[in-house]
Every structure is written in C-alpha cells, then in structure tokens.
Design a protein around this ligand. Sequence first.
Ligand code: B12
Length: 216
Amino acid sequence: MADLKDLFTAVVEMQEDTALSLTHSYLDQGIPAIDIFNCYQDALAEIGKRFEQQIYFIPELIMSGEMMKVSAEILKPYLAAQDSGSGGQTQKKLGKVLIATVEGDIHDIGKNIAAMMLELNGFDVMDIGVDVPADKIIEEAMAFGADVIGLSGLLTLAFDPMKSVVEKLKEKGLRDKVKVLIGGGQMDEQVCSYVGADAFVNDAVVGVNFIKGWLN
Ligand code: B12
C-alpha cells in the first residue's frame, strides 16, 4: 500500500480541504482507490480513539463522518473501475442482500460502503436505512426475497437489536432461509456468537467474500 501519511494526518486533524485535494492528487497519481479508502478508514479509527480519550468531541465525529462521505462519493467510480470482481451492471446478479443499520444506531457510513461494495460485486442490494427495528428488517427481507441479511452496527447498544433479528427469524421459522452477516468496527467472534449470526466482518470487502462463498 502506498504511504498516505499526509492524507491520514489531514483527516485526523480535520483539514477538510487538504484531505480533499490530496484525495484528488493521489487518484491522479494512479494510487489505487482502495488504498485511499483504507487510509480514510484508519483515520476514522484514530478519530474514534481520540473521542474515547476526550481529545475530540461530537463535532469532530460529525466532521469526520462528512469527510468520509465526500471521499466515498469521489472514490466510488474508481473503486468500480478498479474492481476485479465479477460485478458490473450487465452480469446476472449473484444474489439478494438486504442491508440495514439496526435499531438505536444511526451510523451509516460503513453500511453505505458495504452496500456499494456489494453492488460493485454484482449483488442485488436493498438498503433500508438506519435505526431499523427487527420486525421491519425481517418483513422487508422476506418481501425482497433476500438470501442474506446484512446488519450494520457500531454501538455496543447494537448487539441486542442484532440478536433480536436472529431470535425473531427463529420464532418465525425463517432462520434457515437467510444467512445473517453482522458488520461494524466492534464486531468480533464473541459478539457474533452472542447475536447468533452466521459471520461477522470489520471490513466490507471481507463481507463481500463471505457472501460470495455462501451463495456460490
Ligand atoms: C463518524 C462517527 C459518528 C457519526 C456518524 C455519521 C454517520 N452518518 O454514520 C455521528 C457523529 C453521527 C456519530 C454519533 C455517535 N457516535 Co459515533 N463514531 C463515528 C466514528 C468516528 C467513525 C465511524 C465510521 O463511519 N467509521 C468508518 C466506517 C467505514 O467503518 P465501519 O462502520 O466499521 O464500516 C466498515 C466495516 O465495519 C464494514 N461494515 C460496516 N457495516 C457493515 C455491514 C455489512 C453487512 C457488511 C458486509 C460490512 C459492514 O464495512 C465498512 C467498510 O469496510 C466512530 C469511531 C470508529 N472507530 O468507528 C465513532 C463511534 C462508533 N461512535 C461512538 C459513539 C459513542 C457515538 C454516539 C453515542 C456519541 C454521542 N454521545 O452522541 C453517537 C451515537 C448515535 C446513534 N444513536 O447511533 C462510539 C461507539 C462506542 C460504543 N462502544 O458503543 C465510537 C466507536 C467512537 C468511540 N471510540 O467512542 N458517530
């Protein structure tokens, strides 16, 4: 991966204009969009740490979210062009994925990126937004004919709503009809087993590969 230190610093230090111009200049230099994207993600993780240490506060979280959104829009066409997967609009869709951020959680940057990566890789994706109650997720997934339900959540408080989706699927006798993939920075093996999901990811590309494996 290219050394994108300056971009990392610009994002972490909230230098929005510098971050934007570096993003364009790196793209012009032919640096892979995925490397630039990963740099933003690392910078956001650092901002999260500073928030925990009370060096940064809500305004910085908001600003970092905005920077990530803007960069995702810029990088999207490059990610699509550089994607070597089996995606593309002309190919037969590989399967249906319903994606949502669970109830109580409004973080949507990661979810939007995961949805974008899945689309780029040839999946039919239905994104039903943030703060979505379990019943609504299941109802929409069944109406859509989803093969996979992708649940996003960044808060510790998201674990129980995720678990609730799995429990309700079981109650309705639907658990074996769909795979459940949970995503977000805090997801790990322990959360996955608590929730009863089929897998967890902290990275959208890894998520795409899981789903490809399931649906092949
Ligand atoms: C930006 C941000 C915000 C923005 C969100 C803007 C938006 N539109 O999303 C705003 C300002 C709104 C916000 C609010 C809050 N936040 Co906040 N936020 C962040 C921050 C800095 C970055 C999150 C982010 O976007 N990361 C970048 C994305 C790309 O990463 P990602 O989400 O992990 O997604 C990747 C993968 O996980 C994966 N993925 C994610 N979902 C899915 C789903 C599927 C299906 C798949 C396949 C993959 C996948 O793909 C993505 C790309 O690889 C994090 C810090 C951090 N380290 O995460 C804190 C953080 C998540 N926030 C936190 C907190 C506490 C809050 C607030 C409670 C603050 C407050 N006191 O009000 C509120 C909560 C509001 C709510 N009810 O949801 C804490 C959570 C702590 C905890 N244990 O619960 C964190 C960890 C900060 C910290 N270290 O304390 N936040």
